[in-house]
Ligand binder design. Structure first.
Ligand code: HPA
Length: 274
């Protein structure tokens, strides 16, 4: 057995001692968006600190909990408090949650994040359905030896964000009266926000939003053949478009302001796709 499979086995064994239901859908909750996990019913919470091989989240607003629960009878696993590359972890550690989700039987993933809008028509508080991404980390979580039983050496990324899920999400948003945008998410390593020159470059590259997460998780999800929906909460406009200096407080305050519509959108999507 490979080292990764061995680690996964140990993590899953611990989780199985606490939760017996098989979740069908995973949700990774971004900065300020973690409260969605509290809306699940019949919850079992597992601090990630007790899961073997799971890296600890060090960021304020990221609690580090696996929340198992039900939504309309569907078994869901939500991660509150993802770990980021800028915390010093490897991309293997950052994406370990997606390996765990797959090992538990999950084949559909909703990834969310807080992001800066670089498309000038966006306004803070918009929810952006991700149609594709740009990996500006310049590293890839699949670098290193490949485990054929998990996925191929050279995964196709054409079907990155599931087209059917995008259509479903947009229809639901329309029905709920939740404003959404669609766009390309570009992620870099952080932890600095971008310079105004970088924001101009990202605009020229065709990005609509910029952040520090999601891309590695989606790469690993696609490696394992999972279906992915990505949603960015545009918490601020990018440097240079925004007239004020960016801060983590602004990011969490905007995420907090839109959390009711974000939560109802995610809940309805799960009802339909899980
Ligand atoms: N840039 C990068 N990451 C972010 C931003 C931003 O403007 N807002 C929230 N996360």
């Amino acid at each position: 057995m490979s080292e990764l499979s061995h680690k996964l086995d140990e993590s899953v064994r611990l989780i199985r001692t606490k939760v017996q239901d098989t979740p069908t859908l995973g949700v990774i909750l971004g900065s300020g968006l973690g409260d969605f996990a509290d809306t699940l019913e019949a919850k079992t919470e597992i601090p990630t600190s007790i899961v073997p091989h799971f890296a600890k989240s060090t960021v304020e607003g990221h609690a580090g909990k696996l929340v198992f629960g039900k939504l309309s009878g569907k078994n869901v696993l939500a991660l509150k408090g993802r770990v980021h590359y800028y915390e010093g972890y490897s991309l293997e550690q950052v994406t370990y949650i997606v390996r765990i989700m797959h090992a538990l039987g999950i084949r559909s993933l909703i990834v969310t994040n807080a992001a800066g809008g670089v498309n000038p028509v966006f306004t803070p508080g918009d929810l952006m359905i991700i149609t594709s991404h740009i990996n500006f980390f310049f590293v890839n979580p699949l670098r290193g030896s490949n485990e054929e039983q998990l996925g191929p050496r050279f995964p196709d990324m054409e079907s990155d964000y599931d087209k059917e899920y995008i259509t479903i999400a947009e229809k639901i948003a329309l029905r709920l009266g939740v404003k959404t945008q669609r766009g390309i998410y570009c992620a870099g390593p952080g932890p600095t926000y971008e310079t105004r020159s970088e924001v101009k470059m990202f605009q020229k590259m065709g990005a609509d939003a910029v952040g520090m997460s999601t891309v590695p998780e989606v790469i690993v999800a696609k490696h394992q053949g999972m279906r992915v929906l990505g949603i960015s909460c545009i918490t601020n406009l990018g440097t240079g478009i925004s007239q004020t200096p960016l801060s983590h407080e602004e990011v969490t305050a905007t995420a907090n302001r839109v959390k009711t519509s974000f939560q109802s959108l995610i809940a309805e999507i799960i009802r339909q796709i899980a």
